[in-house]
Design a binder for this molecule. Structure first.
Ligand code: HEM
Length: 519
């Protein structure tokens, strides 16, 4: 046996093995583009159908630019495109509910999509492949994020919002330094989530300045997703990160400390309280999961830590970026801000509840438009119907097209494409609040369907109520108290315009952020 092993390890054996591997990839690529492949009838470039290298070129090498390429492919090939050997992409709002149906129809996630998750987050609800498995995990979390539960949090969101507005004004009028407003908003959203989910706010708004915060660390970590997706072996390096501690930037150190020390400690404390029957003063998501009907295997410290970490990352930058996009456009379009302030002042908005704020039409339209142009998760988020044959019927270049989609095919749509469908959102690159107010009933329904910021169906955002509560309460207060005394500083539309994906959509790399000065 050892002599066989050493034969393989000698240079000839090694090249022999590499040769076999390359030949097997070539045979696979040929099969992928052959008429025998079950997706051979779906249009798309042959190279994309042959190999994942096509996608890797745009996402890994060119840095998160595959969604732009997918948009281009739809222009050439129509509403359904085969974007890699196994996966289809759709550009048709009428098909949203087929790709993302409610829990009654089975939808798995695709391994290729979630493979970037590492460590405990690979065990989080978000990364769960199997539909039934996900339903069990999600069932335990839904109640914690229900509208009624979030409404109880409202006084805390209000308190943090006031603290945020006070601090922006205090620091802005003291040192007159330009402020990267996303950093401030990220401090706020991280504090809300930590206060609600983990029983204790991180205190980023309360601290003297805006540092530390998780913003740079989260964006930095999201930058790794394509590396992990296309070269999964690089995930083996992740356990080395704690040993690189003192060479890491400060923001990453704070985040790593949170992930590797503090989050597991919170889980352990919640378990101690659960086991000793202690009633916590502020129950956390971990108490909710431990007291739920989750099976024992689902309640390990490791898995609960994964859920905690993913809640932290999922909710912070998404909400902060939506507030940033709203802020940019309101400052860039003074007449829009004036109309919003007029509505808010007439309604005495800073003393209104979330429920009451949601009834204000102009504020709601500002939030909808900010969600549209901030995208949430910008690239595609595929789903698999393992046992269901989907049938797509649509039109392309004046003729009807019908495609039969075999069970087990990953199918997806992208917010960065959905939100620029010109038939649904004419003049889609402009922030036009009025589109939501002037639309007739039918057009409004089309826009509500086409707005997929929180995704749809069984895997849609579990934090949607928390996100809306933050957005309504914070937007109302910021618009009345902060924005009328704020100006953009060396910031243009390029600093909010979608440029590439890092899971969420972000502007060009040279951007210095949305910077403001307060007087
Ligand atoms: C404007 C704010 C937000 C946007 C636009 C947003 C968007 C999304 C989207 C598009 C998904 C689906 C991802 C996929 O298909 O793979 C998602 C899932 C998720 N979001 Fe959010 N989100 C926001 C805020 C939040 C908040 C505040 C939290 C919680 C604190 C949160 C927690 C989650 C979790 C845990 C999932 C995974 C759900 C599951 O797998 O069942 N999000 N979000």
């Amino acid at each position: 046996m050892f002599s066989n092993f050493s034969t393989i390890l000698n240079p000839t054996g090694f090249f022999y093995l590499v040769g076999i591997w390359v030949a097997s990839r070539l045979v696979r690529a040929l099969y992928n583009v052959s008429p025998f492949h079950p997706l051979s009838h779906i249009p798309g470039p042959k190279l994309a159908a042959a190999t994942f290298l096509y996608e890797a070129w745009f996402d890994l090498i060119r840095g998160g630019r595959f969604t732009h390429e997918i948009r281009r492919l739809h222009e050439i090939y129509g509403p359904v495109v085969r974007i890699n050997p196994e996966e289809l992409h759709f550009n048709d709002p009428n098909f949203i509910d087929e790709v993302y149906p409610t829990a009654g129809r089975t939808r798995d996630k695709q391994v290729h999509y979630v493979t970037f998750a590492t460590g405990p987050t690979a065990e989080a609800m978000f990364a769960t492949i199997n539909h039934k498995h996900h339903r069990i995990r999600r069932g335990a979390m839904n109640k914690f994020f229900s509208r009624a539960q979030i409404a109880r949090l409202e006084p805390e969101v209000k308190r943090l919002t006031d603290q945020l507005c006070d601090k922006i004004i205090r620091l802005g009028t003291k040192d007159h330094e330009p402020l990267d407003i996303t950093t401030a908003y990220s401090c706020f959203t991280a504090d809300v989530i930590s206060g609600y989910c983990f029983g204790e706010s991180f205190g980023f708004v309360e601290q003297e300045g805006w540092e530390p915060n998780f913003r740079d660390a989260v964006v930095g970590l999201l930058e790794t997703i394509f590396l992990f997706r296309f070269i999964p072996v690089t995930k083996l390096l992740v356990p080395l990160v704690p040993f690189l501690w003192r060479w890491l930037p400060r923001s990453l150190q704070v985040y790593m400390d949170e992930s590797t020390e503090k989050m597991p400690a919170r889980v352990r404390q919640a378990r101690r309280e659960f086991e000793t029957g202690t009633i916590p003063s502020r129950p956390t998501i971990f108490h909710a999961l431990l007291t739920s009907s989750l099976p024992e295997a689902e309640r390990t410290d490791y898995r609960l830590t994964g859920d905690g970490l993913s809640l932290n990352t999922a909710g912070t930058e998404t909400t902060a970026w939506t507030l940033t996009v709203a802020t940019y456009y309101l400052l860039d379009q003074p007449e829009t801000l004036a109309r919003l302030v007029e509505e808010l002042q007439a309604a005495d908005a800073t003393n209104r509840t979330w429920n009451e704020l949601e009834k204000l039409p102009y504020l709601s339209a500002v939030i909808a438009e900010a969600l549209r142009l901030s995208y949430g998760v910008s690239p595609r988020s595929p789903r698999i119907a393992p046992n269901e044959r989907l049938v797509y019927r649509g039109r392309f270049q004046g003729r009807e097209v019908v495609y039969d989609i075999p069970p087990g095919t990953p199918v997806g749509m992208s917010n960065a494409i959905n939100h620029h469908n010109e038939e649904v959102f004419p003049d889609s690159h402009n922030f036009r609040v009025e589109r939501w107010l002037e639309a007739d009933e039918a057009q409004r329904r089309r826009m509500e369907t086409g707005l997929t910021s929180f995704s749809r169906g069984s895997r849609s955002c579990v934090g949607i109520n928390l996100a809306y509560c933050n957005l309504y309460v914070a937007m109302a207060a910021l618009a009345v108290r902060v924005l009328p005394r704020t100006k953009l500083y060396q910031t243009t539309v390029e600093d909010v315009a979608y440029d590439h994906d890092v899971f969420v959509g972000v502007p060009r790399r040279e951007s210095k952020g949305v910077r403001v000065v307060v007087s």
